[in-house]
Design a protein around this ligand. Structure first.
Ligand SMILES: Nc1ncnc2c1ncn2[C@@H]1O[C@H](COP(=O)(O)OP(=O)(O)OP(=O)(O)O)[C@@H](O)[C@H]1O
Ligand SMILES: [Mg+2]
Length: 368
């Protein structure tokens, strides 16, 4: 498969894998983590001298014991007892991150010629308190050039010559740039690209609503096989936006059959306060900062003193797009999903009101 708009990311992942034995590709659901990881390790595996390439998908795996079993099975499939270089893709880790981190720590120490690419919607937790996810563990580096494939006698005897290796690296994948996204949607659409100016205008508007997510491009393209772009635009311009646009392809994982299913997967990974803040933040029409979220969203159910940690967690999960200490926003589908939750909680009117007060206050301040 040819990836669109990921040349720099593919090159970067290749570079990281030369220096680091564990790289975690992170980013929001459907942004293309698995596709990028598969492409990068596929490139490494080309040629007779390339490493053996293996993949384990943990999407259906639950619980630490099952994770250990899957990683142990993968270890058994590694070539030559693990001395020939190999790259293992451990796909979809976010729901079992701690168990994956523990398992990979062991595996990477046992297999000195192994490199791992993990994908996870949530970046590894390498903050104080130790590793909480893949990439957070200290991993011994591969031995120097040429040494990676050769057995090391010390290691074989169980007394590996350890030097302080690099920590696992993280590559954060952002949504596609607008032009790349349009090109992707056109390349996936039967009969595309569109020549008619009105079709192209509607197509660009559709793309703007889909926020650069390749998953959404694939779903939209399957509808463009039957609908003209202006009809599709009409369909996804409503309050729930593109959430319910779905594809029924049994080969696809269930979480990738609609943006709603993709966001539900993320929602289920969150704690109740994180879910609540997501819902409440959906009242912000544009960008906002932590103090704004505290002003509008905090109350006795979501006290101000816990809000900074909850806000950070939403950033880590990609629910809030942006970076710590900078203005953040909710992508349209994410906002639509949050708003539905807020309505379900019966809190919509109250928090819309608080947001309006905040807007007026902000305007008052800037006017004064
Ligand atoms: N750059 C790209 N060019 C073409 N197709 C892409 C690109 N990136 C992703 N895709 C396709 O988009 C869909 C979603 O991508 P992918 O499965 O890699 O997302 P993901 O980030 O791994 O999602 P999840 O978090 O649900 O695992 C897949 O069908 C994939 O093949
Ligand atoms: Mg994936």
């Amino acid at each position: 498969m040819t990836l669109i708009g990921r040349r720099a990311d593919t090159a970067r992942l290749g570079e990281l894998l030369r220096d680091t034995r564990l790289v975690t590709v992170t980013g929001v659901g459907g942004v293309g983590k698995s596709a990028l990881a598969a492409e990068a390790i596929g490139r490494l595996g080309r040629g007779r001298s390339g490493p053996e390439v293996l993949r384990v998908d943990l999407a259906q795996v639950r619980g630490a014991a099952a994770v250990r079993r899957r990683l142990a099975e993968a270890a058994r499939r590694l070539p030559d007892g693990g001395w020939r270089s190999a790259v293992l893709l451990v796909d979809t880790c976010e729901h079992v991150a701690g168990a994956v981190a523990d398992g990979l720590d062991v595996l990477l120490r046992q297999r000195p010629a192994l490199r791992v690419v993990a994908t996870s919607r949530v970046p590894p937790d390498d903050g104080p308190g130790g590793p909480g996810a893949p990439g957070g563990a200290d991993v011994p580096a591969l031995d120097g050039p040429g040494g990676a494939d050769a057995p090391s006698p010390g290691a074989a005897a169980g007394g590996a010559r350890r030097r302080p290796g690099p920590r696992g690296a993280t590559l954060r994948l952002e949504p596609l740039a607008p032009d790349d996204f349009v090109a992707l949607l056109e390349s996936l659409t039967p009969g595309g690209p569109f020549a008619d100016a009105a079709d192209r205008e509607a197509l660009h508007a559709v793309c703007a609503l889909l926020e650069g997510l390749p998953l959404a491009a694939g779903i939209a393209a399957s509808h463009l096989a039957r609908l003209r772009p202006d009809r599709l635009l009409e369909r996804i311009s409503g309050p729930s936006g593109p959430l319910d646009l779905a594809v029924e392809e049994p080969r696809r994982p269930a979480r990738q059959r609609s943006l709603r299913a993709s966001l539900r997967w993320t929602h289920r990974l969150l704690t109740p306060p994180e879910q609540l803040l997501w819902a409440r933040c959906s009242v912000f029409p544009g960008t906002f900062r932590l103090p704004d979220a505290a002003e509008v969203c905090a109350d006795e159910r979501l006290p101000g003193d816990v809000l900074p940690a909850v806000f950070s967690a939403l950033l880590r999960h990609g629910v809030l797009a942006g970076a710590e200490h900078r203005p953040v926003r909710l992508a349209r589908p994410v906002r639509a999903y949050g708003m539905e939750q807020l309505v379900r909680l019966g809190e919509e009117a109250a928090f819309q009101r608080r947001c309006l007060d905040w807007t007026m206050g902000a305007e008052g301040t800037s006017a004064g």
